[in-house]
Design a binder for this molecule. Structure first.
Ligand SMILES: Nc1nc2c(ncn2[C@@H]2O[C@H](COP(=O)(O)OP(=O)(O)O)[C@@H](O)[C@H]2O)c(=O)[nH]1
Ligand SMILES: [Mg+2]
Length: 674
């Protein structure tokens, strides 16, 4: 057992949306005495999900952190949003936790929804247990869920208990395979110790042996005992469980019903007994804890009145208020119970606390008195969905920029860019809900009304036919006039060649100093061609011209060049080009045929598919798809793959588009700019 002098431990509760994490979190806080009364999701009075956005959507939209004490030992529990669109916060919590509790539903078809989380944990050797929830449901099956989970987990799963059922098949309790004790569950009451029913004896023995064999794979002494039919002592089994979990060799599996508060004490006791200490976790993470205190920021809040709050795990040392960390001096330390903060004088290794006024600290930073230390924070997920946004009241544009800076600091998986071609502000993130929550926050915290629309596709245009054109710009007004005469040749270029300008001027018919002005005029015109889009893959040559020794100027030559382009381009057979992306879609392989239909249904060209390297049971489908078809691809992908499908896309090439599709694009463009 971990010595309590080594400090508070931290468990992150993760899992797919709706699996019951926030309910389990409430149970754990209730049984450990952090809250006097257990709220329910239905009544909307739980510690988690207290924000208006969470209440409105009936789902967790951000981390909830709560510190408590269980059987005299300090703990911090972190409830994470399960939505695939809000993974950034959950990943942060998993990075600082000593243990991760993966909550899932008791149906084999849904096991795959846990797969991205298991992959994240397996890749980083983060110790984790699985809690199969909702065992009160009629179709709940531990065995089948266990097997489906094993098919996607890199680590061997070890079932720690088996269900006891009544004659109707309803789960009434469980048998602990280590202690071999049987507990009868009572809804919202303590479980009762009962005798192991005779009908369960064979099954219990079978599963206990399975558990022991799994442990023996990592322990020679245990293996020998099993081979010689010696029954290992309970202490020896527990010692193996502790060691194997801490080294992330195995994944223990528990089950229960968070709704009925069943299997909760059992789970918390196992965590208490088997979770590594903060010192062990810091060592596993390779954190440099020399000359502490050392902390790591895992979530930043820019809460309305209290200002910026950096939530940290203290990896080592004692942390008094006023301590300098990195470039900031702490202005207030608080412990958290959801939204409730309690000021404290200091914090110690293991604690999770919120630090005030850490102006420069960013999520992921590891900070000590001497400055920032090397970190190994997960990469940000690539954006999957975007809105073009604008402040409804133009006067609020500056305010909008400020609000966006705060929101992206809180949630680095949100990004804002200004698009070169279109000038639009584009807010991108992990999905529509993710962005809607950001807009709701802008309204609530900053009083900003923000409109949104699908971002424009950066279409281009080019030409198919060459042309020659002369143009003269001449103006006589008052003092001295304006004069320039140019002749240009326009030639189509190969796709991807870009824009080229040259001249064949001899004998100074256009003086050298004016040639750049001609190029400037041409370039200005090309920003918006006859179809309304930037022109690419075109060569323009200045072949002839004339000037006036007094009236010619840069401006005059620019104007003449624009005139020449204006007259010539419509005759060059302009054609619309659309950006085509190289797309790689990732899904569990059972959904691959569906993905192929989605891709071809969106004018995509399938290039093939293969197993996804490093992902058990997943495929990667490669395709070329028009960017115009990718804007809402993630929505269809997710609805076809229980929410877990995802994609990566990068620009590949521009492709001609003609016919009705092109006409529509050109028509829309004319309306927008008209
Ligand atoms: N039947 C049943 N429903 C549950 C259980 N735990 C949670 N729920 C329900 O599942 C829904 C989602 O629960 P919640 O805790 O918000 O899930 P989260 O999204 O994982 O945080 C709510 O309606 C809960 O009441 C359980 O053990 N059994
Ligand atoms: Mg929740």
């Amino acid at each position: 057992m971990t010595d309590q002098t080594v400090g508070a431990r931290c468990a992150a509760i993760v899992g797919p949306y709706g699996s019951g994490k926030s309910t389990l979190f409430e149970d754990l806080l209730f049984i450990s005495g952090a809250i006097p009364r257990r709220g329910t999701i239905k009544e909307g009075n739980t510690v988690a999900d207290s924000t208006p956005e969470a209440r409105a959507r009936g789902m967790s939209t951000e981390l909830t952190v709560a510190s408590t004490r269980y059987l005299e030992e300090p703990w911090t529990l972190i409830d994470c949003p399960g939505s695939v669109e809000l993974t950034c916060d959950a990943q942060g919590a998993m990075m600082v936790a000593d243990i991760v509790v993966v909550v899932c539903e008791p149906q084999m078809e849904r096991a795959v929804t846990v797969s991205p989380i298991l992959k994240f944990l397996d890749d980083r050797d983060i110790p984790h247990v699985i809690y199969i929830n909702k065992m009160d449901q009629a179709d709940a099956s531990v065995r089948m869920t266990f097997e489906a989970l094993q098919a996607i987990s890199e680590r061997p799963l070890v079932l720690r208990e088996i269900p006891m059922r009544d004659s109707g098949g309803a789960v009434t309790g469980m048998v602990d395979l280590v202690s071999e004790r049987t507990w009868r569950w009572n809804p919202h009451e303590r479980s009762e110790l009962v005798a192991l029913p005779d009908r369960l004896k064979d099954e219990e023995e079978l599963h206990r042996n399975e558990m022991l064999e799994a442990l023996a794979d990592f322990d020679d002494a245990l293996m020998e005992e099993l081979l010689e039919d010696v029954v290992p002592s309970t202490d020896e089994i527990y010692a193996n469980l502790v060691k194997d979990l801490q080294d992330d060799l195995i994944v223990p599996v528990f089950f229960g019903s968070a709704e009925n508060e069943n299997g909760i004490q059992r789970l918390f006791k196992a965590l208490r007994h088997e979770t590594p200490s903060v010192t062990e976790t810091a060592a596993r993470r390779g954190i440099d804890t020399a000359d502490g205190p050392v902390v790591q920021v895992f979530k930043t809040w820019n809460a309305g009145q209290s200002g910026k709050m950096s939530t940290v795990r203290v990896w080592s040392g004692n942390l008094p208020d006023g301590q300098t960390l990195g470039n900031d001096r702490i202005g207030g330390i608080s412990t958290l119970l959801g939204k409730k903060t309690t000021r404290v004088d200091g914090a110690a290794a293991g604690d999770v606390v919120a630090l005030g006024r850490m102006g420069e600290a960013q999520t992921g930073d590891i900070l000590g008195p001497d400055g920032k230390r090397a970190t190994n924070w997960p990469d940000l997920p690539a954006p999957l969905y975007a809105f073009a946004i604008a402040a409804e009241r133009q006067s609020e544009e500056v305010k909008l920029t400020g609000a966006l800076a705060k929101l992206t600091e809180e949630d680095p998986s949100l990004a804002v860019t200004q698009e070169g071609d279109t000038g639009e502000y584009v807010l991108s993130g992990q999905g529509e809900v993710h962005l809607q929550i950001a807009l709701a926050r802008m309204k609530r915290d900053f009083g900003l009304d923000v409109s949104h629309a699908p971002p424009q596709v950066p279409y281009k245009e080019t030409i198919r036919k060459p042309a020659e054109q002369a143009a003269r710009h001449k103006k006589q007004s008052g003092g001295h006039g304006e004069f320039a005469d140019v002749k240009i040749r326009i030639t189509p270029q190969a796709r991807g060649a870009g824009f080229e300008f040259s001249d064949t001027i001899t004998g100074g018919v256009v003086p050298k100093q004016y040639i750049p002005a001609v190029e400037k005029g041409v370039t200005a015109f090309l920003a918006r061609g006859p179809l309304g889009f930037p022109v690419v893959d075109i060569a323009v040559t200045l072949t002839d011209g004339g000037f006036h020794s007094v009236d010619s100027s840069d401006m005059a030559f620019q104007k003449a060049a624009i005139q020449a382009m204006l007259s010539a381009m419509p005759d060059c057979s302009p054609v619309l080009l659309e950006p085509v992306m190289a797309v790689s879609v990732s899904v569990p392989s059972e959904f691959t045929p569906k993905v192929q239909r989605i891709v071809t249904g969106r004018r995509g060209q399938l290039l093939g598919y293969d197993t996804k390297p490093g992902w058990k049971g997943w495929d990667e489908v490669q395709a070329m798809m028009p960017q115009a078809e990718i804007g809402d691809l993630i929505i269809e992908l997710r609805s076809a793959s229980l929410g877990v499908g995802t994609y990566e896309a990068r620009f590949d090439h521009l492709q001609d588009i003609v016919g009705r599709e092109a006409d529509e694009v050109i028509h829309t463009r004319k309306q927008v700019v008209a």
